[in-house]
Design a protein around this ligand. Structure first.
Ligand SMILES: [Zn+2]
Length: 264
């Protein structure tokens, strides 16, 4: 009996010790929890913000990679130049994969800096895939523009409003040769061009000092300043959704198949 009492007492003491050790641990955890919780919340918020800024659901670069690496798939993914969708005022400026879309967040873009136009990746050597004016207008090429022209239009979807179509990357990868046709030398101002006029050829030039890019045409539709001049096309707020002009679903959120079919 004495032995049993001793054993029970021993268990009680151990139980008490374990109980109090647990309480002490809980107590310590309880004191540490607010800063820990705060840290977890802050980290979660930071991760969510990073995802919002830099995260992307765009699969455009996978498509472009497939197009560039596999010549066999190119015809099956390409839209054709000079075609117009029913009731659409603009014709397509160049043949190829419409890779990056308007508002695209695929690298090197992100949700804070979205793609301002469409990128058309042609099939063929640099300097051989033609680019045409999408609509009647007046062409300007600034004195220092090696690979770029811009055309002023009376907006066919909102008569009386001036819009611009901006075409770039029309030069060799090292910038030694412009692919803009000789009719439009640097310094050209307000020269009339009819829809379908040849402007130049797709190239790989991305600007002075910039790394060369895969051959393509970048085209954006740019709005006007109050004085009628064109806005900076590098900002998406200065550009228009090209979809209604081409009759094609060209926004990132449209997630269109390739080649992109006309909108119903
Ligand atoms: Zn582009």
């Amino acid at each position: 009996m004495r032995a049993l009492t001793s054993v029970l007492a021993n268990y009680s003491i151990k139980g008490l010790l374990i109980c109090c050790e647990r309480q002490s641990m809980l107590h310590r955890l309880g004191r540490a929890l607010p800063p820990l919780l705060l840290l977890v919340i802050l980290l979660s918020l930071g991760a969510a913000l990073l995802l919002r800024w830099f995260g992307t659901t765009s699969t455009s670069n996978d498509l472009i990679r497939e197009f560039l690496l596999n010549p066999n798939v190119r015809p099956q993914l390409s839209n054709q130049a000079l075609r117009a969708c029913p009731d659409a005022p603009f014709i397509l400026p160049s043949s190829g994969l419409i890779g990056l879309l308007w508002g695209d967040t695929a690298l090197p873009y992100n949700t804070l800096r979205r793609h301002t136009g469409i990128d058309v990746f042609g099939d063929g050597p640099s300097g051989t895939v033609p680019i045409f004016a999408v609509y009647d207008g007046y062409l300007t090429r600034a004195d220092d523009w090696l690979s770029t022209v811009i055309i002023r239009h009376d907006d066919p979807l909102q008569r009386g409003r001036t819009i611009w179509t901006y075409y770039t990357h029309m030069a060799s990868r090292d910038g030694t040769q412009s692919y803009i046709v000789a009719d439009y030398p640097r310094g050209t101002r307000e020269r009339f061009v009819a829809q379908g006029t040849l402007l130049g050829y797709q190239g790989e030039y991305a600007g002075p000092g910039a790394a060369p890019i895969a051959m393509h045409l970048h085209l954006s539709i740019v709005t006007s300043e109050a004085d009628g001049s064109f806005r900076n096309e590098a900002f998406i707020d200065n550009t228009l959704d090209p979809s209604p002009y081409f009759g094609l679903p060209l926004r990132l959120e449209d997630d269109p198949p390739r080649p992109i079919p006309c909108r119903p």
